[in-house]
Design a protein around this ligand. Structure first.
Ligand code: ATP
Ligand code: MG
Ligand code: FE
Length: 335
């Protein structure tokens, strides 16, 4: 089965062609990061306008690179939520137009299911069940993946997402946008035990909270400025990052043990983080768990991961109506 997948939920315009669920024939990603950088974050209206400009060329390029014509397509997968409504609508409208014109099925995909499925592309042998820690710009979910398309959310953030915390702390350090990769890099030069920032465990819950940590970093920076003491930004980055990954890793491993899982995976933009990958590699080994993470280009937003999730929906018989609407706050497991 050959499918086209489209992703426009935030600031990447992306189209991919897949053969079945795990073979990527092309994955074109047009990032708007340079456009939004000067605003310090994604400006929704600007994102929508650029999706309109880029979507057709990106789709054409994906098909050309895969040497696939419109008539070879068996179905179209598309992200319909969660995300920015104006951004989602561009990809969704394109996908509907194609499905209608070619008379092929449309499969609406949940963006976070897409992030999880990034691991299916990277690891051809990975099968559910497993525990997946989804850490992205807008989400921090600890998920029990029971089967393809079957999820139990064990916990999620009660305030900021992990990626959001990275981006906000980076901004307060004057590092620019997006902050995650910049903190990751700077932290390598710092001492992770230099500053003791709080770890928020919320007792036995699998929920997360990062706003207290974010405030603690801001307070630290302000008090250092008041005292006119020099700030070691690398130490701040490393100490902040340690507080984030310690909690993420410990909860993920605890969930795997509690539910007797043998496999653990990470997904979403923050799963590109080198310290998180290193920590979980070690902890998984100590706990006899198989640890999976996607390559960098499948961690952040891309259409190939949407195509993989869409494929498993399709073969389970799930198809969307052509009146499918964008759902900005669609929940995982919800249709
Ligand atoms: P969502 O998927 O929740 O809708 P999104 O699509 O905007 O949000 P992603 O593209 O999955 O988010 O990820 C972007 C986030 O990942 C940003 O917050 C960015 O700072 C973070 N990120 C990217 N690389 C790294 C890294 N190496 N370390 C930490 N964070 C990172
Ligand atoms: Mg993005
Ligand atoms: Fe995302």
């Amino acid at each position: 089965l050959i499918s086209l997948a489209i992703e426009t939920s935030c600031d990447e315009t992306s189209a991919a062609v897949l053969k079945n669920g795990r073979e990527v024939l092309s994955n074109i990603i047009m990032s708007q990061i340079d456009i939004h950088k000067k605003f310090g974050g994604v400006v929704p209206e600007v994102a929508s306008r650029n999706h309109v400009k880029d979507i057709n060329p990106v789709i054409i390029e994906a098909l050309e690179k895969a040497s696939i014509g419109f008539n070879d397509l068996d179905f179209v997968s598309v992200t319909y939520g969660p995300g920015l409504v104006g951004a989602l609508l561009i990809g969704l409208s394109s996908a509907k137009a194609l499905a209608y014109a070619l008379d092929i099925p449309l499969v609406g995909v949940h963006h976070i299911e897409g992030h999880i499925a990034g691991n299916y592309i990277a690891h051809k042998d990975l099968e559910p069940p497993f525990i997946c820690l989804v850490v992205s710009g807008g989400h921090t979910h600890l998920v029990k993946v029971e089967d393809y398309g079957k999820y139990e959310i064990l916990g999620k953030t009660r305030d900021d997402a992990a990626g959001e915390a990275y981006d906000k702390v980076a901004r307060s350090l004057g590092l620019g946008y997006p902050g995650g990769p910049l903190i990751d890099k700077l932290a390598k030069e710092g001492d992770k035990s230099a500053i003791k920032f709080p770890r928020t465990y919320l007792d036995d819950s699998y929920d997360f909270s990062f706003s207290g940590l974010k405030s603690a970093v801001l307070n630290y920076l302000n008090s250092m400025k008041m005292k006119e003491e020099e700030i070691n930004r690398a130490d701040v980055a490393a100490s902040f990052q340690e507080a984030v990954i310690e909690v993420l890793s410990n909860k993920a491993i605890r969930a795997a043990k509690e539910f007797s899982m043998t496999k653990i995976a990470i997904a979403g933009g923050v799963s590109a983080n080198s310290a998180l990958r290193e920590r979980l590699t070690i902890m998984a080994k100590e706990n006899n768990l198989e640890f999976y993470y996607p390559p960098m280009e499948l961690c952040t937003d891309n259409a190939a991961m949407i195509g993989s999730a869409g494929y498993y929906e399709y073969i389970r018989g799930y198809k969307s109506d052509l009146n499918l609407n964008a759902k900005p706050s669609l929940r995982l497991g919800q249709k």
